[in-house]
Design a binder for this molecule. Structure first.
Ligand code: OGA
Ligand code: MN
Length: 293
């Protein structure tokens, strides 16, 4: 029997009583969508699935992103090109060298972000499956952007509601001092516009669409834009809006990028292996083409 247990006062729940090794029934997929609409982060433990089974399950939920934005894609360790390698591992399974460009680039996941907000049509759900986890650290934190919107003073809500931001991977990596992009990557990662406030389709609630990928607000001087984005990010990631997930092997966590942010926490990544694999569902359209009110 499918059961739901809340993990946090404002969002996030654990779903139990499901086995994702076999093709999922319509009923299960609908139960997951309904739980996602309400909780935005869903933890499903003890799922011994391989890449093929994770892919089959994800495809049941909706259309996938098929070209993950990574650097050095020719060094992909995984067999499905839709699958994003969230690990500190080399193609042969050893730990990446400290100065490896992929490691530098992946450190961007430590910043609060929403997956693929730098793509014209951004991400809907992401699902991350844990294959190897370090003994300590390496948690993933999630923050609820609907609760953050609800808690904003009305004057601030009015001020930010019409704003449009530019998002790019180049902006988020610049925050960490990573600027080693090739000419082709600069073209691939050119900024895209997204609404700062959106209405979450599943719950009808408004949500702040924040991400470390934001580099400016249309019509604003950049320093002023980045001050506002920083204030909003501090507001939205206060502990009361945050659920921290402590990983166990075979956890599958699904989150809704339309109304949450997340970030990775550090661990001793020179000594321990952390192997996680992500699939990402596409949203239905660019946010500017989605109704806000
Ligand atoms: C991701 C991500 C965080 C983590 O998979 O999109 O940001 O904790 N992961 O690995
Ligand atoms: Mn991410």
């Amino acid at each position: 029997m499918i059961e739901l247990r809340p993990l946090h006062p404002v969002f996030a729940a654990e779903m139990s009583g499901v086995d994702l090794r076999n093709p999922s029934s319509r009923d299960l997929l609908e139960a997951i969508d309904a739980a996602m609409d309400q909780y935005a982060v869903l933890v499903i433990r003890d799922q011994q699935i391989d890449d093929d089974q994770q892919l089959a399950f994800a495809m049941g939920l909706g259309p996938l992103e098929d070209t993950p934005a990574v650097v050095d894609a020719h060094l992909n360790r995984l067999k499905h090109r839709e699958m994003v390698d969230i690990s500190n591992l080399e193609v042969d399974g050893s730990i990446l060298a400290a100065d490896d460009r992929r490691r530098m680039f992946n450190l961007g996941n430590r910043l609060w972000h929403s997956d693929s907000s730098f793509k014209a049509t951004p991400a809907k759900y992401s699902m991350l499956h844990a294959r190897l986890v370090p003994p300590e650290g390496g948690e993933t934190e999630f923050a609820d952007m609907r609760a953050a919107w609800d808690a904003l003073p009305e004057a601030m809500q009015r001020k930010i509601e019409p704003l449009v931001c530019d998002h790019s991977l180049i902006y988020s990596r610049a925050l960490l001092g990573f600027e080693a992009f090739t000419e082709q990557e600069r073209i691939n990662f050119a900024p895209v516009p997204q609404r700062l406030v959106r209405r979450h389709q599943g719950s009808g609630r408004k949500s702040i669409y924040l991400s470390s990928h934001i580099g400016t607000i249309h019509g604003w001087p950049r320093p002023e834009a980045l001050c506002l984005i920083r204030d909003l990010t501090e507001h939205a990631t206060q502990r009361e809006f945050v659920y921290s997930h402590r990983w166990q092997v075979d956890d599958l966590v699904i989150w809704d990028n339309r109304c949450t942010m997340h970030r990775a926490r550090p661990f001793d990544d020179h000594r321990f292996k952390r192997d996680m694999r992500r699939l990402t569902l596409r949203d239905r359209a660019p946010t500017l083409e989605q109704p806000v009110s």
